[in-house]
Design a binder for this molecule. Structure first.
Ligand code: NAP
Length: 356
């Protein structure tokens, strides 16, 4: 899909962190967006990104264009030219900062938890609930903002919801039991002390299970004009675990379908799923939103997390469940599909729909 106009100037909040670095990597040479401003905590005092940041991504170098930019504080007046900010700020401080940008007329695409469940904020995965961006008009009306906030989901909710959406449409889904094996990069940098995570698995990630259980219902639910969001009528139970992988969240789910289906029908439903971002070929949309692998031991975190440049959710091991209807495994890249890449796709969808 071509966009002929000048590139849209964008900024990154939390640019020095794990997700911030992913944003900068993925926005390099983006056909529609150009990074013109970078922000983090005030401690950088306008020093350049190269001086302020240790680049921690494997397989890429810090883009030269970003390296030369100053790192400013997260205030709209410090970034006067941006039309969009991508927020990779910690939840402890993201809420008020993102509101200040939206008030100042900026479109905010956030990875933080703060506004995800608000009644007028889309929690968006364009392959799942593209129509939820209709909530932006109400958000702007009610809050008197010329900008807006759109969030993406928690990195473990994202693959689950993408796997469930086509099944919900085809067969109905009433119950979901999911167990996650989440990588250490999900905890940001420096994350967990090595002494706690090497040779270990930790059966607790603060707030994570609650997020998976609530965000899934909002994303699979409806936006009703004049009424708001209505949760999908299903129940989700999540167990969230931290394991000693670097990137990629592997998840094992058992689900109950409302109408029985054969394994072949379910796999075909996933394989034939071509939602709008794929059909209009948004720049960050992978060719396949979902990819089912037929080998008995896939998906694997190390081997499959980079599928579709980290934007494809890989599925496998579909089999009958003796308690619910079916069980299967899925994998999503947490800092790409579950964070920066997902946010960029959200912004592309808004450009495509004329919101920007
Ligand atoms: P991180 O590595 O800890 O990075 C945090 C960033 O926020 C850094 O750039 C840091 O800048 C900046 N920051 C910290 N305190 C600040 C302050 N008071 N004012 C302004 N900036 C401040 O965290 P992360 O993993 O990138 O996560 C960022 C956000 O994305 C979080 O809300 C997280 O929950 C969410 N998220 C993360 C993932 C993932 O897989 N990691 C997935 C989905 C969503 P300094 O260099 O100045 O300290």
């Amino acid at each position: 899909m071509e966009r002929q106009h000048k590139k849209i100037p964008v900024g990154v909040l939390g640019a020095t962190g794990m997700v911030g670095q992913r944003f900068i990597e993925l926005l390099q040479n983006h056909p529609w967006f150009e990074v013109v401003a970078l922000a983090a905590s005030g401690k950088h005092n306008g020093r350049s990104y190269a001086e302020s940041t240790v680049w921690r991504l494997s397989g890429s170098d810090m883009p030269a264009t970003a390296a030369a930019l100053p790192v400013v504080a997260c205030r709209p007046e410090e970034m006067p030219d941006v039309k969009i900010v991508f927020s990779a700020l910690p939840g402890e401080i993201a809420g008020e900062i993102e509101i200040a940008f939206a008030q100042a007329g900026v479109a905010v695409f956030s990875n933080a938890k703060n506004h995800r469940m608000a009644a007028d904020v889309p929690l968006l995965i364009p392959e799942v609930n593209a129509d939820h961006i209709a909530a932006v008009a109400q958000q702007q009306r009610q809050r008197g903002w010329s900008g807006f906030i759109i969030t993406n989901a928690n990195c473990s909710s994202t693959p689950l919801v993408m796997a469930l959406k086509p099944l919900q449409q085809a067969f109905g889904v009433s119950k979901v039991l999911v167990t996650t094996l989440q990588s250490i990069s999900g905890a940001g940098y420096p994350g967990l002390p090595s002494y706690d995570i090497i040779d270990n698995a930790i059966p607790y990630i603060s707030g994570e299970e609650e997020k998976v259980e609530s965000e899934t219902l909002k994303m699979l639910g409806d936006w009703r004009e004049g009424q708001g969001f209505a949760d999908a009528p299903l129940v989700v139970s999540a167990h969230c675990n931290r394991v000693a992988t670097r990137e990629g969240h592997l998840e094992c789910a058992s689900i109950e379908l409302e109408r029985d289906a054969s394994p072949e029908e379910i796999i075909a439903t996933w394989e034939n799923y071509v939602p709008e971002p794929q059909s209009v070929q948004l720049p960050s949309a992978p060719v396949h939103a979902l990819h089912y692998r037929h080998e008995h031991d896939r998906p694997q975190t190390l081997r499959d997390r980079d599928a579709g440049n980290g934007m494809t959710v890989t599925l496998g091991r579909l089999r009958r469940c003796p308690i619910l209807s079916y069980k299967f495994v899925m994998l999503g890249h947490n800092t790409i599909r579950g964070a920066a890449g997902g946010s960029i796709l959200n912004a592309e969808w808004c450009v495509h729909k004329g919101l920007l």
